[in-house]
Design a protein around this ligand. Structure first.
Ligand SMILES: *Cc1c(COP(=O)(O)O)cnc(C)c1O
Length: 387
């Protein structure tokens, strides 16, 4: 059986072979397997050294201090720690939080949880491109606002926020700024030394690292405090207890180091493949691209079609591994809340495909995808045409 072409890089990426190799060196007896917290022998010291090298790689990519990186099990945990941890710590200053209605579920559900604990959350509605403007954010901040949480790049439509202008507003108004950067790391430059961001969620598996590991950037200057959400041995300066998984962290470090080297050429190559996809699809009438056309990452293309049933389309595209809406929502058949949130009509939202490309996508993959999509949309339209 011919496997489908993998075009779901926004859901997860394959681990880069160089990353997998480094990880495999940190598992068994001959490798760096020990507990990084073991202070009494060389096995532990070696593991700690590997973990700290990985921390430096992550910090280097973002231009921050390694001491500002707190390891977590992924961006979901980082979002939880940032939002619940900050809300709890600063609740004596105020109990209002600002976010948007198209955030990742890890952010939205953390906010919902806080609402049940007496916090007040404003869910801003983005513009038709999926973006919140600095003026809109400024209007939403109140005297009792303590935290703003907005994603850098949206995982379904790829639109990218201007973090400089948003960060200028939060710093000016004296509120914390949390950014979920799971989809932007390694795709857009991030400079935390020059941007007013207080907390940033990171994930390894969206950038060719392993699943089940991530980090939260927690700014030291000006200092940000959090209430820990995981209690135990006091690892990670008390912010996140749990034995550090050396192989996972080495994998994340190597993935971040690698993408730092490759970001320039990778962006150029993916931008070309994006143009090839969108230009080739122009042969078909009745479709639209969701998300900002230029202020975006090149790897995510969300397209909706008129006059086509979404489920039939997805079923007919068996030679392509793509997502309808977001992978996290694919257990339910509702049109994506993100597409609804930016005002996409039901017709285009229910038929939307998220085609996401990455490091191992070829021109041939794109050509296969375009031919399959054009042929199947035409076929389905013929079948459903009302005469
Ligand atoms: C994938 C993703 C997450 C969740 O990250 P995990 O590491 O899988 O927990 C959070 N936010 C965004 C924007 C994502 O794309």
């Amino acid at each position: 059986m011919q496997l489908p072409v993998y075009l779901d890089y926004a859901a997860t990426t394959p681990v880069d072979p160089l990353v997998a190799k480094r990880m495999s060196e940190c598992l068994s007896l001959g490798g760096v397997f020990a507990n990084p917290a073991s202070r009494s022998h060389i096995y532990g010291w070696q593991a700690e050294q590997e973990v700290e090298t990985a921390r430096r790689h992550v910090a280097d990519l973002l231009s921050c201090d390694p001491r500002e990186i707190v390891w977590t099990s992924g961006a979901t945990e980082a979002d939880n720690l940032a939002i619940k941890g900050a809300a709890e710590f600063y609740s004596n200053r105020g109990r209002h939080i600002v976010t948007s209605c198209i955030e990742h579920k890890a952010v939205l559900d953390s906010c919902r949880h806080l609402e049940s604990r007496g916090f007040d959350v404003s869910y801003l509605r983005p513009d038709a491109d999926g973006l919140i403007s600095a003026e809109q954010l400024n209007r939403a901040i109140r005297s009792d606002t303590i935290l703003v949480s907005l994603m850098h790049v949206n995982n379904e439509i790829g639109s990218a926020h201007d973090l400089h202008s948003l960060g200028a507003v939060t710093r000016d108004r004296g509120v914390l700024f949390h950014v979920d950067a799971a989809q932007s790391v390694g795709k857009l430059p991030i400079d935390l030394s020059a941007t007013n961001i207080d907390l940033m969620s990171l994930s390894a598996h969206k950038v060719y690292g392993p699943k089940g590991v991530g980090a939260l950037f927690v700014r030291r200057e000006p200092r940000v405090d959090l209430v820990a959400q995981m209690h135990g041995g006091g690892h990670e300066r008390g912010m996140r207890s749990g034995t550090l998984p050396t192989h996972q962290l080495v994998g994340m470090g190597e993935a971040f180091r690698l993408v730092g080297e490759l970001i320039g050429e990778e962006t150029a190559r993916l931008t070309e493949l994006r143009s090839l996809f969108l230009d080739s699809l122009a042969a078909l009438p009745g479709w639209q691209l969701h998300g900002h056309k230029t202020q975006c990452v090149p790897g995510i293309m969300n397209v909706g079609f008129s006059g086509v049933d979404g489920e039939s389309l997805l079923m007919s595209l068996r030679q392509l591994a793509v997502s309808s809406g977001s992978a996290c929502m694919s257990a339910t058949l509702e049109p994506s809340y993100v597409l609804r949130g930016i005002g996409v009509s039901d017709e285009f939202a229910q038929s939307a495909l998220r085609v996401s490309i990455g490091r191992f996508t070829t021109r041939a993959d794109i050509e296969t995808a375009v031919i399959a999509i054009i042929n199947n949309v035409r076929q389905l339209r013929k079948l459903t045409a009302v005469f």
